[in-house]
Design a protein around this ligand. Structure first.
Ligand code: UDP
Length: 409
């Protein structure tokens, strides 16, 4: 088969996870060959959910489980409402007016009419398509996969959403702290990365130079990098504040690379507001180039992730996989990944972020130590095969009446 038609197989992971694990996953998948699974989310690109789905759906098909991926449609005002819901699930205020509810439910229903779902397992991602469950005669198990930081959801919104959520057979969240009081089972699956994508695969120094040169990114000074959707939760202004403090002590260049997801109407405004901060050594780029993400995560002296809330933070995993030290805010999913002082630093303020940037620029040995440990921890805990196996165990635990008795690995 020509190379461009080759799909990554579980066997390709053997080098990282060992033959025994590959064999165990294959065996589990063999018992589930009859299943027909579908995922539903709200964007085909931009953000961690689509990143995960693009690799996971292929890997599931490669082990013989027929798995699809559908994206709901909606006008910008629908996505403006769902973005407010997303923000409120992470604790922001929301004015949940009749108009917003009506728009949300109307567009949800239109998507129900377009999507004929009689699959054995339906996995619905995040709040945008959540309410679709209301309109189906169920033929299989329905799972709500919530990727956001659910530790402090806005009470008013939560009260509105719970009746939808409790119609599902289970909820999957990305961390223990996100579990809520619900009358259905809640499982914790942390996201993971695919090491074979353009974004994560090996790159040599010439390839990295070529990508950076293409975007006129200077490499004469140490690079400090944050890569994130343009979103207030990622606190890009805080990164600039910290960078300005750090460069008083060590010369360096800041690169902030971002993109705007199709379901996020706020992104453009956040990007535009940052443009005033552009300087020769503060580079702000908006584009979608996975090879550039890879090159920056590899060449950076330090990658930062200054999010105020973060469901998980694949950008942290990706940089750690490349052996680059990461400084992250001590919140949500970032704290599941970085062990402070062991494989990176966790910080709680922009001042602390600045101090750690300076420290890492000055200390090559520490960078190497963190980088090595960071890569090891991703290999152990955050590769896609672990995530796949959790799903296989979940599918195995679905009973004929769709009740779920999940037993972790
Ligand atoms: N990403 C990208 N280009 C960008 C910014 C982000 O490809 O300019 C990718 C990033 O590499 C990661 C995903 O988008 O794979 C972001 O996932 P994460 O979990 O960090 O945050 P989310 O956007 O889901 O809040």
């Amino acid at each position: 088969m020509p190379d461009q038609y080759k799909i990554v197989q579980v066997e390709d992971y053997e080098w990282y996870i060992g033959a025994e694990t590959v064999e165990r996953i294959r065996k589990k998948a063999e018992q589930l060959q009859h299943l027909h699974v579908v995922n539903i989310n709200s964007t085909y690109y931009g953000g961690g959910v689509s990143e995960l789905l693009s690799s996971l759906t292929l890997l599931m098909n490669s082990v013989g489980i027929t798995t699809g991926w559908r994206v709901i449609e909606g006008s910008p005002d629908f996505f403006s409402v769902t973005k407010k819901m997303h923000n409120a699930l992470q604790g922001a205020e929301i004015n949940l007016s009749e108009r917003k509810i009506q728009l949300y439910e109307e567009v949800t229903y239109q998507n129900v009419v377009r999507n004929h779902l009689d699959h054995d397992v339906v996995i619905v991602h995040d709040p945008q398509p959540l309410a679709m469950i209301n309109h189906y005669r169920r033929r299989g198990a329905w799972i709500w996969r919530c990727h956001v930081d659910l530790s402090h959801p806005n009470k008013e919104l939560w009260k509105y959403l719970v009746p939808f959520i409790e119609k599902y057979d289970a909820v999957i969240v990305s961390g223990k702290e996100y579990m809520q009081k619900l009358n259905i089972p809640q499982l914790v699956f942390m996201p993971a990365i695919d090491p074979f994508t353009i974004k994560n695969r090996e790159m040599n120094e010439d390839e990295i130079d070529e990508r950076l040169k293409h975007y006129d990114i200077p490499t004469d000074l140490p690079l400090v990098v944050q890569i994130s959707r343009f979103d207030r939760w990622k606190d890009p202004e805080g990164v600039i504040t910290a960078f300005k403090l750090a460069r008083k002590k060590e010369k360096c260049t800041l690169v902030m690379l971002g993109n705007v997801a199709t379901d996020d109407p706020e992104g453009e405004t956040v990007f535009e507001s940052l443009l005033n901060c552009k300087e020769e050594r503060i580079i702000i780029l908006s584009c979608q180039d996975s090879a550039l993400v890879n090159a920056l995560q590899r060449r950076a002296v330090v990658v930062v992730q200054n999010s105020i809330r973060e469901g998980f933070g694949l950008t942290v995993t990706e940089a750690m996989w490349k052996g680059t030290p990461v400084i992250g805010r001590d919140v949500g999913g970032i704290s599941y990944q970085i062990e402070n002082g062991v494989n990176g630093y966790l910080v709680s303020s922009n001042e602390e972020l600045a101090e750690r940037i300076v420290q890492l620029i000055r200390d090559k040995m520490l960078r190497e130590k963190f980088g090595h440990k960071a890569k090891e921890s991703v290999k152990e805990k955050f590769l896609l095969t672990r995530y796949l196996e959790q799903y296989l165990d979940l599918f195995q635990s679905i009973e004929p009446n769709f009740r779920i008795h999940y037993r972790p690995l």
